[in-house]
Design a protein around this ligand. Sequence first.
Ligand SMILES: Nc1ncnc2c1ncn2[C@@H]1O[C@H](COP(=O)(O)OP(=O)(O)OP(=O)(O)O)[C@@H](O)[C@H]1O
Length: 683
Amino acid sequence: MVFNQTEKQERSYLQQIISRLKKIISHTDASVKDHVDTLAAYKDYLWNNKDIDPHEIRSMRESILNHFAIGESVIDKRKRLAKIVDIPYFGRIDFQEKNENCSVIPVYIGIHTFHDSESRTTLIYDWRAPISSMFYDYELGEAFYQSPWGEVKGDISLKRQYRIRDGKMEFMIESALTVHDDILQKELSSNADDKMKNIVATIQREQNLIIRNEESRTLIIQGVAGSGKTSIALHRIAYLLYTFKDSIFSKDILIISPNKVFADYISNVLPELGEETVPETSMEQVLSEVLDHKYKYLSFFEQVNELLTKPVPDFIERIQYKSSFDFISSLDRFILHIENHYFKAEDVKLTQYITVPAEFIEEQFHRFNRYPMRQRFEAMTEYMLDMMKVQYAFTVTTAERNFLKKEIKRMFAGNNDLQVYKDFFEWMGKPEMFKMRKNRTLEYADLAPIAYLHIALEGGTKNSVKHLLIDEMQDYSPIQYKVIQKLFPCRKTILGDASQSVNPYGSSTADMIRKALVTGEVMKLCKSYRSTCEITDFAQKIRINTELEPVARHGEKPHVLQFNNEKEELSAIKDLILTYQASFYKSLGIICKTESQARGMVDKLQITDIHFLSSQSSAFVQGIVITSAHMAKGLEFDEVIIPQIDDKNYHSEIDRSMLYVATTRAMHRLTLTYSGLKRTPFI
Ligand SMILES: Nc1ncnc2c1ncn2[C@@H]1O[C@H](COP(=O)(O)OP(=O)(O)OP(=O)(O)O)[C@@H](O)[C@H]1O
């Protein structure tokens, strides 16, 4: 007989589970109170008995720490239970192991495990548990999962999905398919949340494969726009934190994200999945840190903006040159050249009677070639002085030792990163490839090569990162990946979409990243979930991707509206905003090509309740947002308006990228407007 066969039985079972959960929560509350009271009693005792002997103090300290640890774990458990009381589970499979004496077990799947210690049964399985993988991977019939003890084979005889909100079952679906389309459709048709949400209930098979991939040290995910790359990467982090809970913690993970707004936008997913948020940084921050933040540089935003507004061919050429693999080989050859030619040894007159000969010093520089060059001076000094002590029984004063080290350092012509970098271009016979901007400001593309040289000369600093996640991978160049590999030799998940580059002259494809890192498995996601078929078809006209497969969800066709002049265009945009405000949509993105156009739009529209997202913003806001295509990357909106799509504003290849990024942000409705005669040739 099937356990909880009917919907009525399921509904009553849900209420039983919720009552059970509530009961345990109230027990844990009592237990937390006990621990707090005990700790307070200890404190009072210590306060009132200042002359107690050290033994007693020590034993009390142990008890306090013990209570504290237990109290913390109870609070932790309470937090987890409180999280699941509203939505205890979302799926179920009935599984019978192919083994004598094994009966059918109902496996209810939710965000967290719920083990009932009274009945000694697991009432809810964590979605990341090995057995839960079958929910995402199999239909009815034969199935297996990998348990810690090996493969477990069996049969799935029932599969159900539930939509439970605030402890009430809205509906349940009996499904033979992997993860039923109806629920997925309902999720996708819903409105954009204020932040990215978790997708545990509807993870698709190909996505599950990426989340649970434990083998690849470096996993590179190339996924089309809206294929769930970012969501999947975050679920993967949650999976790794669960599966390797004894060896990897939230603080051991680092996310390199494109900007603060994006970091804020995704910040809810891990807490929703019951994990702590993980540290986050940017590529610029990482590179600048290597160079001790010594240099001013053009930010990536400024570079993209310059390419969009005044694309000077020399600038483009410099970026392209520094993004090639040839450039990396040349840098490597130059590092060898430094090794062979930058150290010019001289005799050092250490005391009135003792001179250290140049040849001896030169020899030591090469002897210590296992150290980065600038780290050899100390080792060379120590070694030479030790030798002198052994051979001539000669000991030096601290001042003489420091003098020798200083002299040795002076003999090396590569102590200044920037000078070495300039030398490189001279050595290459390409001095025009390096240009410093006003106020000794470096171009963004120079930051990574200088950091690369710095690490070769000085070594990289150690860090404790065990898993690195890089989003928007296409925007980073091979030399940036080289630096990343040197700094973070740990496991990596790298994700992005070559079609969405805002850095077309310095971008990387999945294969280029694999080549730069010398390792990596590439996995693809081709199904697009974000937008309706009509919006996806429209975006495909701007940039075709034959691998892209839209999920079957329909809506209005995108509108392209022409106006006689800017005034009319603005007035139409205001009307569109009013229509949006009267609709049930929750977010509207007005996406311009550049930040200054976006700022101009804010001024011209003169509407309150509009949020302007600039490259300096740090928080994502729901409602009406005006921003640039670059900032909008990674975000999504129920409705998108793209103004000024005339042929003058969108004509170059980088403009095409911006237009593609902007259109693919729309989930349900898309309108493009322009004034004048001609619209962009890209649509
Ligand atoms: N399996 C799924 N179930 C429900 N929603 C999904 C699923 N996969 C993706 N989505 C939804 O699709 C949208 C796009 O996801 P996400 O932003 O992670 O994609 P992306 O590939 O990183 O996008 P882009 O590169 O275009 O920024 C989100 O709204 C996400 O919730």
